[in-house]
Design a protein around this ligand. Structure first.
Ligand code: IMP
Ligand code: MG
Length: 171
């Protein structure tokens, strides 16, 4: 499969994002919320790229209701957060934003819980696929409309353990 982003390229960019986030949140205690399972790999590298921040983390899992309701972007919370968000500096960590429907829904759910600030860090974004306006504060890479796997991203739950990001199905 064709390598779209090498391990070196990903690692360099994630470290850069970590430094940028650490600068922006200096003096604060951001609460990182990763969307399972895809964003876990990104989260573990990202949080170690900002060791100076007294951050906390939590996890949430969503699943879409299936093709019929896809256009509504309605998602089901499969695993909720352990901690509340009231007054916190929330940073949502996502692996990839495609149509934006999932993230949009999630942001509405999280915003209702009263965080003081809410920002989003996404490793990948496919701007050409967007169906809803989704402001992203930190983006690792903007990519073309390819289905990609690796570095946390899966196809049928596989390939999450690849160190690089590859175009699924390519030679
Ligand atoms: P959205 O609601 O269309 O933005 O879909 C976002 C979700 O679809 C992501 O969180 C991924 O789980 C999945 N997804 C979208 N594009 C890809 C891809 O290229 N590879 C793997 N998963 C993807
Ligand atoms: Mg995801």
């Amino acid at each position: 499969m064709k390598v779209l982003l090498s391990e070196e390229k990903i690692q360099a960019r994630v470290r850069e994002m970590g430094r940028e986030i650490a600068r922006d949140y200096a003096g604060r205690e951001p609460h990182l919320v990763a969307v399972l399972k895809g964003a876990c790999t990104f989260l573990t590298d990202l949080c170690r790229a900002m060791p100076e921040l007294p951050l906390t983390m939590d996890f949430i899992a969503v699943s879409s209701y299936g093709a019929a309701t896809r256009s509504s972007g309605e998602v089901k919370l499969v695993k909720d957060l352990d901690q509340g968000l009231d007054g916190r500096d929330l940073l949502v960590v996502e692996d990839i934003v495609d149509t934006g429907l999932t993230l949009n829904y999630l942001l509405n759910v999280l915003r209702a819980r009263g965080p003081r600030t809410l920002k989003v860090a996404a490793l990948l974004s496919k701007p050409s696929r967007r169906l809803v306006e989704t402001p992203l504060d930190y983006v690792g890479f903007n990519i073309e409309d390819h289905f990609v796997v690796g570095y946390g991203l899966d196809f049928n739950e596989k390939y999450r353990n690849l160190k690089e990001i590859v175009v699924y199905g390519s030679d």
